[in-house]
Design a protein around this ligand. Structure first.
Ligand code: SF4
Length: 891
C-alpha cells in the first residue's frame, strides 16, 4: 500500500475514511486507504477504492449560466444578489431559502449558514441531512441535552454484543462493518444481532437475525426495556445518580407493548423464542453497543424510535463506556459538520438554538446586520412553501432533492413555482439541475479544500490534488461573492477555507460558558500551515484531555446535568395507506445516493447494473412474474418501473428497490415517485423507508438495447420509450421497452433518425432487427430490438475482464441467445478483481474442500476492499448445502 502522497478523506459515507493519493493533478489516479487515519487504518470499501474512477471530466458542469446562457461568475453572482435583494424587499426576509447537503465541507456550510441566518435574516436553511439523521439529532437533544453522539468506532470492536438496527451496515458503512467483522473473527465469542425486515448482507453475517415487521423497531426496544426491568437488569445506581424519567418511561413502554412476550413478539412479527433470545443476550452483556441509521431515522416516529434505543442504554448505564453505547451512524461524509455549524433550519450555530442569549451572542460575534429570530422551515415544509409560492429565491447546493425527497412529482412542481432557482452542481444534468434558472459549477472531490466530520466526531481534511477545471469554484467562495455583492464586505472577506474554519472554531468559544460539548476553541488560532498539516482529531477540542467518548462520567449537557429517558407510548408504526405490498427502500453496495458520481464509474456499475425490484417468489408467482420482467410499482402519488428480481431473501408481500435510480438513469424515475411526504412530527425527517404500493407486470410490444459511444447524442426516439441507462466502457447503454409502438412501428421510426450504420439486419419473420455503426475508434452505435425478451448484454459492455464488444461476432450470437463465442462469465461479485459468481461456483465445483483462503488465493475475490466477502461466503454456503443435499439424495 502506497503511503506516500497527499492525504484526504473519502467523499462518500459517514465513516469518513482517510485516503492517500499518490500523485497530484492526475485524473487517472489509483487511491489507497490511509493507514494512519483512525477511521479506517488503511481500509477502503469498493466505493472508496474506486474514487479515482469518478475524476474524469466527462459530463462536468464547468461554466455558470443564467437561463441557459453561459455567463461570467461576476454576472451570475450579481444576478443572484439582485434577485435576493428584490425578493426580500418585496416579500420579506423569509422569501429566500437555502437547501444544502451533507456533501458540503464544513467551511461551505458555515458560509451559507452565516449569510442566511446572520445577514439575510432568514433561517430557511435546511439540508439533505434532514433525510438522513435529523431524528437521531432530535433524540440526542432530548436524551443528553445536546446533539453529541457519545461513541467512537472502537466501541464496535470492543463490544461483546453489537446490535445493528435499521442499517445494512455491510453495504452502507462497509469499513465500519469490516472493523466489526475483524474483531469478531479475532474473538468469536463476540455476538452480532441484526434487526431488519430483509435478510441483508449484514443480516447474513449475524448470530441472530430478527426479521422484524417493518417499522416495529420502537416497540421492540420498548419491550426490551420492560424485560430488563422485570429481570433486574437495569443499573439502578446509575439511574439514581444520572438519569431522569425511568419510572415514567417504563410505564409508557409497558402501556405500549404490555408484559406478555408472546404478544410483544406478535407486535414485532417475530418468533417469541428469537425475541427472548435477543433480550437475554442484551441483558447479560454489559459491553453492548447498538448502531442505528436510516432504517430507524426515516420514519414518522424516528425520534421516538431513536429514544427507545437510547432509553435501554441509559437504563443499563451503557452510554459513553468502552464498548457500551448507543451509536447513531450518519449517512453522509459531512452530515456531522453541517450539524456543528447549524446547517439544519431549527439550529442557529455551534449546537445553539434560537434562544435570545444565543441569538445575541452569535449575532455579536458575526457583527450580523440581520439575525434570524426563529427556526426556519424543515426540508419538506420548505418545499411545500415553494409549492405555495412563498419562496421566491432558492439556492440548492450539492444535492438533488427531486430525486431524494419523497413525492418527486410534488418537488418538481414546487421548484417550478420558485422565481429564481439557483443550483450549484458538479455534473451537467440532474433531476434538480434540469429545473434551475441559474447553474453554478462547483468543485468536486479532489478539487475541494476544507474539513469534514465523520460519525465519531473526527474532523479530517479534504485536500485538493487536482487543478479546478473550467470555471468551477468552491461553494464558500460563491456564497461569499454573492454576500459581497449584497454589501456584506467585511463579514465575508475570506481568502482561504482556513480563515473560515478558524472563525468557526473561534465562534465555538462561546460554548465555554455552557455545558455543551461542542467546542473547537483549542484550534481557534490555528495557522494556515497547521490547517494544511491537520491530522484527524475528534471534538471536543477545548484544550482539556478527553476520552474518545462522551458522557462516560454520567455528566450530561442538560440543564441539570442528568440524562433523560423519554416516555414513549404508543410508538406509532408507520402505516402508509393503500396497496397490497410494502415497498422497502435502501442502498446498494457499489452506488452512492443519486449516482451523480458513482453512476459514471463503470467498475461500480458492474455489481448491480439494473434498476431491480426484489420480489418474494410467492408474490412473483401470484403475479406471473419471472426474473427480468418489466414491472410497474404504483402508489396514489405516482409510479416507477423496474426489472423484476425474484429473491427468496424478501419477506412475502414486501418489495425492495434501491433509492439510487432517478430520471437520469431511468426514464420514468425511481422510488421517490411513490413515497409520500409523511414526516416525523419532531424532527421533520421524512418516512422514506416504506410505502404501500401496487405491483403489476408490464407487457411490452418490443424491447431491446442501444449502445452509443461517448460523445454521441442519444436519438430523439428514445424519449418515446421506457428506458434504463448504464454508463459503460466508452459509451452509454440503454435497455428500453416500447409499451405502445409495435416492432414494425419502431423499425420505421428508427429508419428516419439518420444514424449512420455500417451493418443492419432485420430477420425475415420480423421478430428482431439490429443496426450497428463502427468507425476507426471502434463501436459507436448498436441498436438491437426484439419482439420477445432480448438477451441483455451486460457482460459485453460492463465486464472489465472482457474484450471490447465485437458486434460482428456478437450479432449472430445475440440472435441465437448466445453472447459471442465466449461463455457468459456471470454476475460480478468482486468489483475490484472482476470476479463473477460463475467463476466462484466453478472453482468450488472442482475444489470441493476449498476454504475461503484457498478460493481467495486462486481468484483474489474479497482480498482488496472486502466489500464482497458476504456474497462470497454465501456462495460457499450455498455450494456446500447443494453438495449435502445431493449426497443425501444418493443415500
Ligand atoms: S466506508 Fe467506503 S464509502 Fe464510506 S468513507 Fe470509507 S471508503 Fe468511503
Amino acid at each position: 500500500m502506497n503511503q506516500t502522497g497527499l492525504k484526504t478523506t473519502c467523499a462518500y459515507c459517514g465513516v469518513g475514511c482517510g485516503v492517500t493519493v499518490p500523485t497530484e493533478n492526475d485524473r487517472q489516479v489509483n487511491v489507497s486507504g490511509d493507514a494512519q487515519h483512525p477511521a479506517n487504518r488503511g481500509r477502503l470499501c469498493v466505493k472508496g477504492t474506486h474514487l479515482g474512477d469518478v475524476l474524469p471530466l466527462k459530463d462536468r458542469l464547468l461554466v455558470p449560466s443564467v437561463h441557459g446562457e453561459p455567463v461570467s461568475w461576476d454576472l451570475a453572482s450579481q444576478t443572484i444578489a439582485d434577485k435576493i435583494r428584490q425578493a426580500q424587499a418585496q416579500y420579506g426576509a423569509n422569501s429566500v431559502a437555502f437547501y444544502l447537503s451533507g456533501q458540503l465541507l464544513t467551511e461551505d456550510y458555515y458560509a451559507a449558514n452565516k449569510l442566511a441566518k446572520g445577514f439575510l435574516g432568514t433561517a430557511n436553511v435546511d439540508t439533505n441531512s434532514r433525510l438522513c439523521m435529523a431524528s437521531a439529532v432530535a433524540a440526542h437533544v432530548r436524551a443528553f441535552g445536546e446533539d453529541a453522539p457519545p461513541s467512537c468506532y472502537e466501541d464496535v470492536e470492543i463490544a461483546d454484543l453489537v446490535v445493528v438496527t435499521g442499517s445494512n451496515l455491510a453495504w452502507a458503512h462497509p469499513v465500519l462493518f469490516q472493523r466489526l467483522q475483524a474483531a469478531r473473527a479475532e474473538q468469536p465469542s463476540k455476538k452480532m444481532v441484526v434487526i431488519d425486515p430483509r435478510k441483508t448482507a449484514t443480516a447474513l453475517e449475524a448470530d441472530l437475525h430478527l426479521a422484524i415487521k417493518p417499522g416495529a423497531d420502537g416497540q421492540l426496544f420498548n419491550a426490551l426495556l420492560v424485560y430488563l426491568d422485570k429481570h433486574q437488569a437495569c443499573a439502578r445506581e446509575y439511574i439514581a445518580e444520572h438519569v431522569s424519567g425511568y419510572a415514567q418511561t417504563l410505564a409508557a413502554a409497558t402501556l405500549d407493548v404490555g408484559t406478555d412476550s408472546r404478544i410483544q413478539a406478535e407486535l414485532c412479527g417475530l418468533p417469541e423464542a428469537d425475541l427472548l433470545a435477543f433480550f437475554a443476550l442484551f441483558a447479560q452483556t454489559p459491553k453492548t453497543t447498538t448502531l442505528w441509521s436510516m432504517g430507524i431515522n426515516q420514519s414518522e416516529s424516528g425520534v421516538d424510535k431513536s429514544n427507545a434505543i437510547i432509553n435501554v442504554h441509559l437504563a443499563t448505564g451503557r452510554i459513553g463506556q468502552p464498548g457500551a453505547s448507543a451509536f447513531s451512524i450518519t449517512g453522509q461524509p459531512n452530515a456531522m459538520g453541517g450539524r456543528e455549524v447549524g446547517g439544519l433550519a431549527n439550529q442557529l450555530a455551534i449546537h445553539r438554538g434560537f434562544d435570545a442569549d444565543s441569538i445575541a451572542q452569535v449575532g455579536a460575534f458575526w457583527q450580523a446586520s440581520h439575525m434570524a429570530q426563529k427556526p426556519g422551515l424543515k426540508a419538506v415544509d420548505l418545499f411545500d412553501a415553494c409549492l405555495a409560492g412563498d419562496i421566491k429565491v432558492l439556492w440548492i447546493m450539492a444535492t438533488n432533492p427531486v430525486a431524494s425527497l419523497p413525492d418527486a412529482n410534488k418537488i418538481r412542481a414546487a421548484l417550478a413555482q420558485v422565481e429564481t432557482l439557483i443550483v450549484s452542481e458538479v455534473v451537467q444534468s440532474t433531476d434538480t439541475l434540469d429545473c434551475a434558472d441559474i447553474r453554478l459549477p462547483a468543485l468536486a472531490w479532489g478539487e475541494k479544500d476544507g474539513t469534514v466530520t465523520n460519525s465519531e466526531r473526527t474532523i479530517s481534511r479534504q485536500r485538493p490534488f487536482l487543478i479546478a477545471p473550467g470555471q468551477a469554484r468552491a461553494d464558500w467562495w460563491a456564497l461569499a461573492t454573492v454576500a459581497q455583492k449584497l454589501g456584506f464586505t467585511d463579514a465575508f472577506a475570506w481568502h482561504h477555507a482556513h480563515e473560515i474554519f478558524r472563525e468557526h472554531a473561534r465562534l465555538s468559544r462561546l460554548n465555554r460558558a455552557t455545558a455543551l460539548s461542542f467546542d473547537l476553541s483549542a484550534v481557534a488560532d490555528l495557522s494556515l500551515a497547521e490547517y494544511q498539516d491537520w491530522l484527524p482529531q475528534q471534538w471536543p477540542l477545548d484544550g482539556t484531555t478527553r476520552t474518545p467518548r462522551l458522557f462516560g462520567d454520567g455528566q450530561f449537557p442538560s440543564h441539570d446535568g442528568r440524562a433523560q429517558m423519554v416516555p414513549i407510548s404508543p410508538i406509532s408504526v408507520d402505516q402508509p395507506d393503500g396497496g397490497d405490498y410494502i415497498l422497502n427502500t435502501g442502498r446498494l453496495r457499489d452506488q452512492w445516493h443519486t449516482m451523480a458520481r458513482t453512476g459514471y464509474a463503470m467498475a461500480l456499475n458492474q455489481h448491480s447494473p439494473q434498476f431491480e425490484l426484489h420480489i418474494h417468489p410467492n408474490d412473483a408467482e401470484h403475479n406471473a412474474i419471472v426474473n427480468g420482467d418489466l414491472v410497474a410499482v404504483r402508489s396514489d402519488l405516482g409510479s416507477f418501473y423496474a426489472l423484476a428480481r425474484i429473491d427468496a431473501a424478501q419477506q412475502p408481500s414486501e418489495l425492495f428497490a434501491a433509492m439510487h435510480w432517478n430520471r437520469q438513469f431511468a426514464s420514468h424515475g425511481g422510488v421517490a415517485n411513490v413515497i409520500a411526504s409523511r414526516v416525523d412530527p419532531i424532527s421533520g425527517q421524512p418516512a422514506s423507508k416504506h410505502a404501500r404500493v401496487q405491483l403489476a407486470k408490464q407487457t411490452s410490444q418490443a424491447n431491446g438495447f442501444l449502445f452509443i459511444g461517448d460523445g454521441q447524442p442519444a436519438p430523439d426516439w428514445l424519449n418515446e420509450l421506457l428506458w434504463f441507462k448504464t454508463h459503460t466502457r466508452q459509451g452509454t447503454l440503454y435497455r428500453f421497452f416500447s409499451l405502445q409502438q409495435s416492432l414494425a412501428d419502431f423499425i420505421a421510426l428508427r429508419s428516419q433518425d439518420g444514424t449512420p450504420c455500417t451493418m443492419s439486419l432485420t430477420d425475415s419473420s420480423q421478430q428482431s432487427a439490429q443496426w450497428i455503426g463502427q468507425d476507426a475508434g471502434g463501436l459507436q452505435f448498436w441498436l438491437s430490438i426484439h419482439r420477445a425478451a432480448t438477451p441483455w448484454p451486460d457482460s459485453l459492455f460492463l465486464d472489465r475482464a472482457a474484450e471490447q464488444p465485437n458486434p460482428g461476432l456478437s450479432l449472430n450470437a445475440l440472435l441465437t441467445g448466445q453472447q459471442d463465442d465466449a461463455p457468459i462469465r456471470g454476475k460480478i461479485v468482486c468489483t475490484c478483481f472482476s470476479v463473477t459468481d460463475s467463476q466462484i461456483t466453478d472453482f468450488l465445483q472442482s475444489h470441493a474442500q476449498a476454504s475461503l483462503s484457498t478460493l481467495q488465493t486462486a481468484l483474489c475475490c474479497g482480498t482488496n476492499c472486502g466489500s464482497c466477502l458476504t456474497e462470497v461466503k454465501t456462495l460457499m454456503k450455498d455450494k456446500a448445502s447443494a453438495r449435502t443435499a445431493s449426497a443425501d439424495a444418493l443415500c
